[in-house]
Design a protein around this ligand. Structure first.
Ligand code: 5AD
Ligand code: SF4
Length: 460
């Protein structure tokens, strides 16, 4: 056994509380309702894995569960409401089945803490984003009869040691490399719900990836709120990490998300280009606003011009690069002209995919206290306008892919139309006719029809 494997195993033993291996579940069903980002999806996998060790059985429908957990998201306003409405639905189940236990975790759990239990007496326990590994303890205590547990402490001092836990990793899976965020963009609740930024040790990540390869995984997405500020041991930065995962593991494809423009440098672009056989030519690089005054108020630490310079550098360095982005419209004080700077930014860069949102004031954040909030109607109008302008451009942009051959990693069979589904190296979803034995293989597909979000093709 190598030194690094031992390190990770020790970590597993340390994080595993004695409650984990007890028969708390007695085979009963557990259902986890998940909202939000990939980080949350990964956290849910971790929760299921921990609860399976306590002899709970994951179930597909909440009606079949004795334990329901809502793994919530609070990055924008609506998901918070969703938690409340979902608790309402589960309340009816609890009235029929008094043994049913309900817990809330994730960012809403972190943010609302005891408010949740005060407002919703049906909730048995609430836990924060740093408390997932203690879930078996809360669950055991809940089933022993303890009521209204709230645990949302941040483990600020402890290192970020978690091994990846996925039950059925499939072809493509996620590996956390950083957590938390220290950037404090003025609109964003994440620094408050996920805590201070921490990086996992390099060797732990490499060991994780090697284990996943042994389980048949072909592609990993390195995950963090701000991956390119990764700080490993002995001065290892994100570019070094990427190169090591490419060189020192047998993983076929590597992606990562999310990057911050201020931390994106030439070294990282060069590393991507040098390892283009493994590191996919796709970057999600949120710009949030195309106007420098708004960027300043957002505390983003770059100007419009600096963002555009980085894009030019990336396009020069990485052949066939595909970019996507996040955008906020109607940030406090945004004028019509400043909003138009965002529209022209989308056009100038030529994003094939955008994720755009209306600004939503979040608790604890600076921007929520700005007095010049934009009214809802204006936000909606701007968002619709932005999507319309993007649609006009994106349908044209992707036409150039028609007739091209792409390397597609086959992930699964689409439930709806029975077609094979996979991703190109540029992260496009591609549908084509094929057989399930292709799952896990990388095949050549000729693109016959290209839409911004999905391509159709023929297996060559
Ligand atoms: N309002 C609207 N959108 C937000 N995002 C983060 N916080 C807010 C907010 N308060 C968006 C950003 C971020 C993405 C994950 O969610 O665009 O990149
Ligand atoms: Fe939020 Fe900004 Fe951190 Fe991204 S970089 S998680 S937007 S604070």
């Amino acid at each position: 056994m190598t030194q690094e494997v031992r390190t990770v195993q020790t970590t597993i033993e340390n994080t595993a509380s004695s409650q984990q291996n007890q028969d708390v579940g007695k085979g009963r069903g557990v259902y986890i309702s998940t909202y939000g980002c990939q980080m949350n999806v990964n956290d849910t996998e971790r929760m299921y894995s921990l609860l399976e060790m306590q002899n709970f059985t994951p179930v597909e429908k909440p009606e079949d569960a004795s334990l329901i957990i809502i793994n919530s998201c609070s990055v924008r306003e609506k998901p918070v409401h969703k938690v409340y409405s979902e608790v309402g639905t589960f309340r009816k189940m609890k009235e029929k089945n008094p043994d049913l236990k309900i817990g809330v975790g994730g960012c809403v759990g972190q943010q609302e803490k005891d408010n949740l239990i005060k407002n919703q007496p049906m909730i048995d326990f609430v836990f924060g984003t740093d408390q997932i590994d203690n879930l078996p303890t809360f669950v055991a205590k809940t089933f022993e009869g303890e009521k209204k547990q709230v645990q949302a402490k941040f483990e600020h001092r402890s290192p970020y040691h978690i091994e990846t836990m996925v039950r059925n990793p499939g072809v493509a899976t996620f590996v956390n490399i950083t957590k938390g965020c220290d950037n404090f963009c003025t609109f964003c609740v994440v620094p408050y719900t996920r805590g201070r930024e921490k990086s996992r040790p390099l060797q732990h990540i490499l060991t994780d990836v090697r284990h996943l390869v042994k389980r048949g995984v072909k592609e990993v997405t390195l995950l963090g709120q701000n991956v390119n500020s990764y700080k490993g041991d002995e001065g290892v930065d994100f570019a070094d990490l990427l190169a090591k995962v490419a060189r020192e593991t047998d993983i076929e494809r590597i992606r990562y998300t999310t990057s911050h423009p201020k931390d994106f440098n030439q070294k990282l672009a060069d590393t991507m280009a040098a390892h283009q056989d493994k590191v996919m030519e796709y970057i999600h690089l949120p710009f949030q606003s195309g106007n420098t005054r708004i960027l300043d108020r957002m505390n983003r630490n770059y100007t419009r011009e600096e963002y555009l310079e980085k894009i030019a550098m990336l396009k020069r360095t990485i052949p066939n690069l595909v970019l996507s982005t996040d955008i906020i419209v109607g940030f406090p004080g945004e004028t019509e002209a400043e909003f138009m700077d965002t529209v022209t930014m989308v056009q100038e860069v030529g994003f094939e995919t955008i994720f755009a949102f209306k600004y939503s004031p979040r608790p604890f954040t600076k921007a929520a206290k700005f007095e010049d909030q934009v009214d809802e109607e204006t936000k909606t109008r701007r968002l619709n306008y932005l999507f319309d302008e993007h649609d006009k451009m994106a349908f044209e942009l992707v036409k150039r892919y028609e007739g091209q051959t792409m390397k597609v990693l086959v992930e699964n069979v689409d439930r709806e139309d029975g077609k094979i589904q996979g991703r190109s190296s540029s992260n496009k979803l591609v549908h084509f006719l094929g057989t399930p034995d292709l799952i896990g293989k990388t095949v050549d597909v000729k693109i016959t029809k290209a839409f911004p979000a999905v391509f159709r093709g023929e297996l060559l």
